[in-house]
Design a protein around this ligand. Sequence first.
Ligand SMILES: [Zn+2]
Length: 352
Amino acid sequence: MKIPGISRLRGVVRRVENRLAPSGLILLYHRVTELGSDPWSLCVSPQHFAEHLEVLQKLGVTVPLQQMNHTLQSGKRLERQVVVTFDDGYADNLHNAKPLLERYGIPATIFLTTGYMVQEEEFWWDELDRILLQPGCLPSVLSLSVSGRNYKWELSKDGDYSEQDYQYNRRLNWKKKNISSIRHSIYYSLYKLLYSLPKHERAHLIDQIRIWAGASTQVRPTHCTLTQSQMLELAQGELIEIGAHTITHPFLATLPSQAQQEEITSSKTLLEEILERRITSFAYPHGNFGSETKTIVQEAGFSCACSTTTGNVRKNSDRYALPRVVVEDWDGDEFARRLSVYGFVGAGSQIS
Ligand SMILES: [Zn+2]
């Protein structure tokens, strides 16, 4: 639960800290697009993304991730720097984000989940959205056996989910759950049950849910991940660095070390083979890692790794657990206000 007084206090503490010592900031985006349903608030609209970039351009402090990393590595004073990153590897990063990054001349690192690049499928959380959160009829009861336990969900009034129901609920997300939407409560409880399972177990359960729903495996054009050739196109030019984000997007710390090794090194090797250049930046899926994970990432030859812990990057930050700030679909003014909390003041967007 968020207590307003506490978050205001945290903001004040951050401002004081930033006045005392210059610091960096790494922004975390996922998608630049507009969707009807966005249960994890992953999308920033192209209009808002352009406004963010305008604010950043005015600040004049954006640098590539590896430049910030070199400063940390050398132990030099960290100037005020902002880095833009994207996780997962959605196709809209090429179609919508890249042209805007080029327009404003702002560099970015895009962390790719390589398994989804070679296989034509939606991310599993998107597939659950397609099955559960779109309008249409579903059978009234869903029964599943997960890790030896039986679960049963009744859809009752939400079995028949009209376009009107969809429109009414579509703005719900992980922060604004509404228990009157049975579809959403099932979505989030399934996510909770499935996220830490090994990929094959999760895939097997999603197959069962898909069969129960009578749904296809057809990938929606709005939820495409980057293909190999699109990734090459994305990496062209000077502005975009490609980083690794594992093969299957697992919770790494839940895996045995051999499997962690495979996820981390194979995603790096594949990207290096395709791009014919070294891949040195890594981002932990779901921000999840343990001390062993960090060691594997380091030994695999990555020079830094991004987490999802919120905060500024400071001179003594761990280069294998760099904090980031998740960006939401804010307009330029709100984005500038959020940046000011982290010490980047004076970028009032004044968007016309
Ligand atoms: Zn991710």
